[in-house]
Design a protein around this ligand. Structure first.
Ligand SMILES: Nc1ncnc2c1ncn2[C@@H]1O[C@H](COP(=O)(O)OP(=O)(O)OP(=O)(O)O)[C@@H](O)[C@H]1O
Ligand SMILES: [Mg+2]
Length: 166
């Protein structure tokens, strides 16, 4: 019986394919779908800054960052942190919309902070997740890799089945 499916969301194409498959499975089983993104407040990679500009989350001239609606940030949050949080909301909102489109009734958006695989593994344990879906790769630069570090760690350590979607 599959009651809870967790999709690990980083906004990459493989991750979006994983959300679609997770949603189809969740819809089929009338399960809830947890869309989970982990923010890492290190320096923002150039590729994600570009993505934020393309998505109009940050204006290149004024450097104004779209305010977040449900992720709380400290008042002294840096511009990079604000962009990371704005992207997190966009990734989760897109995932939730895709899941609803594919017939999932119950979708939860979960934004966490820290080391991605560790936080996702904690969330899996906390919610008693029955199935995890992730992309085999994410935003990483090393195209030749078969698996990224997050998908690799999930496959190794998750207590439930893991779908790594190409
Ligand atoms: N911060 C994150 N929050 C939630 N899920 C994530 C996060 N980062 C990666 N994932 C999930 O893991 C999948 C694989 O991404 P991963 O980060 O392992 O590969 P990569 O970015 O290509 O390589 P690496 O990050 O190791 O350089 C993604 O498609 C996504 O499903
Ligand atoms: Mg990655």
């Amino acid at each position: 019986m599959i009651r809870t499916v967790l999709a690990a969301v980083d906004g990459s194409e493989p991750s979006t394919r994983a959300v679609a498959l997770a949603a189809d499975i969740a819809a089929r089983f009338e399960a809830e779908l947890v869309a989970c993104h982990v923010m890492t407040f290190r320096r923002l990679p150039d590729s994600l800054r570009r993505m934020a500009e393309i998505e109009h989350l940050v204006e290149p001239q004024s450097r104004r960052v779209v305010p977040t609606s449900y992720i709380e940030l400290p008042v002294e949050a840096s511009e990079d942190m604000r962009i990371i949080a704005a992207l997190a909301e966009k990734f989760l909102d897109d995932a939730a919309a895709l899941a609803h489109e594919r017939g999932v009734m119950r979708v939860h958006k979960v934004a966490l902070e820290g080391e991605p695989a560790d936080r996702i593994l904690e969330e899996i344990a906390r919610r008693g997740v029955d199935l995890v879906a992730c992309g085999s790769r994410g935003h990483g630069e090393l195209q030749a890799l078969l698996l990224g570090s997050v998908s690799h760690k999930l496959l190794q350590l998750a207590p439930c089945p893991v779908l790594a979607v190409k």
